[in-house]
Design a protein around this ligand. Structure first.
Ligand code: MLT
Length: 399
């Protein structure tokens, strides 16, 4: 009999959002009359921006004409999009070299696939609570993970530990807590990574929700980060691409490691080798749509959508303030991270909200042990549903 990767025994049987979807499906089958309001997975509800749709339509038409048809494209993305992304970074004061941006089908895939570049003997540092993909993809490889606890005492922003780590996952604005590292905190992480010879894998998927100019939107805004960090970003939440799929990863050209045989391996070259071998690129049509996001008109339109979601976040935040339930997030983030009332555990609170208000959120325990006792709601619903959810939650929880 063939053998399998038994490390799959070390992860939960199903992915958190798959588990939630199954419970909601069961609830809807049992209560067909109830309108369920979904604030679980961070999926957007506003349609794509007009400028993006026009670009998608135009590119689709090009694909139907021999002279403008596109077959296989460059696995790392077309230059027309890579250049726009570099300009976007330049607007944050970050200079990227040609060849440092890699276009992908979203941050989730790249965050998972980047594990290909590193050995299994690394000590991996992961904040807890956190986006479960970091943990599960490393567990699938049997890697040693050390967790750094986020809680109210550190504002859910773990800082460098006193022990060694090789690979560090950071997510800011954080999924699920909505907490954002400031410059001094990220500088401390960069200094730690350089002192330890570690690499930071920085997930910036929610950067576009940061409005406070004092907060960094990219790790590369921090001095020295280009020596020790890779950054992942996504158009999913920035521009409503959850179903359209497009993201990007920045791998600086200067990060090199000496292999056991004395040869030098360059992370940028390794990622290029990995992507050209295992990935065939994002469709031309989608990359044209993504290019339109970065035009002045596209940026204006997507920023209006982000403001709409941020207003939803405020409506949720006001609700929990009124109820006297402590929470974080909701300001530079689309997530509200609240403490389950009355010391409830997070799945019990999930069941209470689902059965008592037909509102779906995400139990904190799904983001790690330190998430137990907390609950995440997203601001990505439409306004009508957000307002209705707030009314239902108040009716259920008001004492
Ligand atoms: C989430 O709800 O945490 C995210 O939508 C999941 C993802 O981006 O993959």
């Amino acid at each position: 009999m063939f053998s399998v990767n038994e490390h799959y025994l070390d992860i939960k049987q199903s992915y958190i959002f798959t588990e939630i979807a199954a419970r909601v499906r069961k609830f809807s089958e049992e209560h067909p009359d109830k309108k369920v309001i979904r604030m679980g997975i961070g999926d957007v509800t506003l349609p794509l921006a007009k400028t993006v749709v026009e670009a998608l339509v135009k590119a689709s038409q090009e694909m139907g004409v021999k002279e403008t048809f596109h077959g296989y494209g460059p696995e790392q993305g077309y230059d027309f999009l890579r250049e726009r992304i570099s300009e976007y970074y330049a607007s944050m004061g970050v200079t990227l070299q040609d060849g440092e941006v890699f276009v992908s089908d979203g941050a989730k895939s790249d965050v998972a696939n980047i594990t290909d570049l590193f050995g299994n003997d690394n000590v991996v540092l992961i904040c807890d609570p956190v986006y479960p993909v970091y943990v599960d993809t490393n567990r699938m490889l049997g890697r040693t993970i050390k967790f750094l606890q986020g809680d109210e005492s550190n504002g859910f922003l773990p800082m460098p530990p006193s022990f060694h780590g090789d690979i560090i996952y950071l997510c800011s604005p954080n999924n699920p807590t909505g907490a954002v590292y400031d410059r001094a905190q990220l500088k401390a992480w960069v200094d730690y990574a350089k002192a330890e010879g570690a690499i930071i894998l920085f997930d910036a998927a929610y950067e576009s929700f940061i409005e406070d100019p004092s907060l960094p939107r990219s790790i590369f805004e921090i001095d020295g980060a280009k020596d020790c960090a890779i950054e992942f970003c996504s158009l999913s939440k920035t521009a409503g691409f959850t179903g359209t799929r497009c993201g990007y990863t920045v791998v600086p050209k200067g990060i090199e490691v000496t292999a056991k045989n004395g040869k030098t391996l360059n992370l940028n070259a390794m990622w290029m080798r990995r992507q050209t071998t295992k990935f065939n690129g994002v469709p031309y049509i989608i990359q044209r749509g993504a290019e339109a996001v970065f035009t002045p008109e596209g940026l204006k339109e997507i920023r209006e959508n982000i403001q709409y979601y941020k207003q939803n976040a405020k409506i949720l935040a006001d609700c929990f303030t009124e109820l006297g339930i402590p929470f974080t997030g909701g300001i530079n983030s689309p997530y509200i991270w609240l403490k389950c009332p009355d010391g409830m555990d997070s799945w019990a609170f999930f069941d209470l909200l689902l059965n008592g208000a037909a509102v779906v959120g995400t139990p904190g325990a799904g983001f790690g042990d330190a998430g137990e006792g907390y609950f995440r709601l997203t601001a990505f619903s439409d306004r009508e549903n957000t307002l209705e959810a707030v009314e239902r939650i108040k009716a259920l929880l008001k004492k």
